[in-house]
Structures are given as structure tokens and as C-alpha cells.
Design a protein around this ligand. Structure first.
Ligand code: BTN
Length: 321
């Protein structure tokens, strides 16, 4: 997505005269007026103050590739190929297309909106424009399919580390890989395997959806929140969050490739919102107490018949009562 110089100038929320905008942008006042009309039509609220000029009303947090990439410099930024789109069907689908085109660097795709955002188990992922983070990364892993065990859990750890790096604490993980705050979901992770195993390597698309500024959602069928709703005192900047998530995913992937999920088990358990809770699984056919994860990332349920491991993808766990 190209940065918009007009919105950049207006982003201080001060009143700017048409004349000064025209001068700074090197265009005529009519061209400024036309640009104002265009962004207004895209949903950005700009007030016209007669005799004075224009003032931005909507709080803006624009995605900007340059601002993301400059935060990655020195941390292997040459190995990632970041693309920021205005709109796409699904960032996971876009990464799949790019992997199919054999790009050398690791594709990272962000979009301001998704028209067919995908959630786990065939669900839609609500993806309104300009509010949230929709981010997918193409990852190449050694060790075949067995090596993938616990991968999605590790990605959840990466997101929490990114939040911690911004000074935000208190986020939790709901097994296998939902991001939670205050008992509500603010994000999810969709891991999709791409193609066949080749020379012991497998390509995986890791898609992360994080509700950042969202205050309304029409098509979400579970209790949800957003970062700005739960942590209203923090100034949320999507470019900063995106860069930190990319960096943390890069770091956890290295650690995961060398040591597997057991490296993260203890940390993951520290974020486990199910631990010690009365849980049911298999639509109530199983019940017990949350006991954390095993070394393979399966969830352990302490039942009357002893400890059972629940495999990701098999069943979902719900707090009973
Ligand atoms: C879930 O159901 O909890 C997983 C949601 C994953 C959503 C993200 S948004 C970016 C990426 N692109 C998609 O189409 N889905 C994932």
C-alpha cells in the first residue's frame, strides 16, 4: 500500500489550509480538494472548516510498508519480502500464490482489509478495513511434518512476546492458538501447510489476525475484544505491532527449529487461560481439569480416569458451567 502524503500531513489533526497543503504537496488547490474528496469517499472523515481549511477527524493508523521494513533492518530484513496491500481476498492465499511463484526471500503479506479472511475450521475471519492486523508469513521448516507439532502454539508465544516488547502484559493463550485478554478473544492464528514435503522441508503459511482498533463487529459469533478496547491507555500503532510480530516470529522459528516445542512449553503454560479450569471436550463427552500442554503441544486434561492428551485439530476445549 502506498503511503498517502495528504493523510500524512493531516495526521497531526490540526487545521491545514488548502493553500498550505497545495504548497507542501506541490499541486494545485483544486487537486488538493479532489484528493480530499477521494479519501472521504474511502471512509476517512475530514472536516472542512470554512475560511480555514481541512481537519482530520478519524483517528488514523495507516499501514506503511516503509515504516515496517525500517524496523526490521539489521534483523535479517534482507531475508523477508514484505508486501502491504490495500485489500486482498486473504493474506494466507496471497502468500500461497507468492510461494508458488518461487520467491527467494520469505514472503510476508499484510493487508488493510480482507474480502475472504479465513479462520480455523472453515470459519470466516472478520476483516474490516483500516482497523486490525491481517498478517501472513511463508515459513520453510526442516524436519518433515512431525517437526510441525506445536508450531501454531509457538506462534502464539511470538505474539505475546511482541506485546510484551511494547510494554503490554496480561495477554493469554487459549489452546491451541487463540489470543485472549480479559476472557475474550482478540486474535487467532491459522497455520496452513503448502504443498508436499520436499527434501525434508515443508512450507507452511502462518496467518495471524489481531483485532487492534476494532470497536464494532457484525459477523463475529464469539466474545471478542481488541487491543485498543482492552488496553485503551496504550497508543496502538499497527506498523510497530506488525514489525515486532515479524521479528518475534523470526526468533521463535529459529528456536523452534533447533529445539522443538519443548523449548517453549513452560512459557506457553504461563499464558494458558485453561490451566486449572473445569473443562469439557468432544461436546461434553469428556470432562476434566486443564493441566497444561505436553511436550508435543497436545492439551492435557485431568479426568476421573487419569490424564488424557487432546490433540489439536481433534476436538476443542470449552470451560464448563
Ligand atoms: C482463527 O480462526 O482463530 C484464526 C484466524 C486467522 C485469521 C488470519 S487474518 C490473516 C490471515 N489471513 C486469513 O485469511 N486468515 C489469517
Amino acid at each position: 500500500m502506498k503511503p498517502n502524503p495528504l493523510l500524512d500531513l493531516l495526521s497531526d489533526h490540526c487545521v491545514h489550509s488548502g493553500e498550505s497543503l497545495a504548497k507542501q504537496l506541490g499541486v494545485s488547490r483544486t487537486a488538493v480538494w479532489k484528493q480530499i474528496r477521494k479519501v472521504q469517499a474511502e471512509g476517512v472523515e475530514i472536516k472542512t472548516i470554512r475560511g480555514q481549511g481541512y481537519q482530520l477527524v478519524t483517528a488514523l493508523d495507516l499501514l506503511d510498508r516503509q515504516r515496517i521494513v525500517e524496523r526490521l533492518v539489521g534483523a535479517g530484513s534482507d531475508k523477508v519480502d514484505v508486501m502491504v496491500l490495500k485489500e486482498v481476498d486473504s493474506t494466507n492465499a496471497e502468500v500461497a500464490r507468492r510461494l508458488a511463484a518461487f520467491t527467494a526471500a520469505m514472503p510476508v503479506v499484510l493487508a488493510d482489509a480482507q474480502t475472504e479472511g479465513r479462520g480455523r475450521r472453515g470459519r470466516n475471519w472478520s476483516s474490516p478495513k483500516g482497523q486490525n492486523l491481517y498478517l501472513s508469513m511463508g515459513l520453510t521448516l526442516r524436519g518433515g511434518f512431525e517437526g510441525l507439532s506445536g508450531l501454531s502454539l509457538v506462534l502464539g508465544v511470538a505474539v505475546i512476546r511482541a506485546l510484551n516488547a511494547m510494554g503490554v502484559s496480561g495477554a493469554g493463550l487459549k489452546w491451541p492458538n487463540d489470543l485472549y485478554a480479559g476472557g475474550k478473544k482478540f486474535g487467532g492464528i491459522l497455520v496452513e501447510i503448502q504443498g508436499e514435503l520436499q527434501e525434508g522441508q515443508v512450507q507452511v503459511i502462518a496467518g495471524l489476525g489481531i483485532n487492534v482498533h476494532m470497536t464494532d463487529a457484525v459477523d463475529v459469533d464469539q466474545p471478542w475484544t481488541s487491543l485498543a478496547k482492552h488496553w485503551p491507555d496504550h497508543v496502538w500503532v499497527r506498523n510497530e505491532l506488525a514489525a515486532l510480530v515479524i521479528l518475534e516470529v523470526g526468533k521463535v522459528m529459529e528456536q523452534f527449529q533447533s529445539g522443538g516445542f519443548s523449548e517453549f512449553r513452560q512459557e506457553w503454560q504461563g499464558y494458558d487461560i485453561f490451566f486449572g479450569q473445569a473443562l469439557t471436550a468432544k461436546d461434553g463427552a469428556l470432562s476434566g481439569t486443564g493441566g497444561g500442554v505436553d511436550a508435543g503441544g497436545n492439551y492435557m486434561l485431568d479426568t476421573n480416569d487419569g490424564r488424557l492428551s487432546v490433540m489439536a485439530g481433534d476436538i476443542s476445549l470449552r470451560v464448563s458451567g
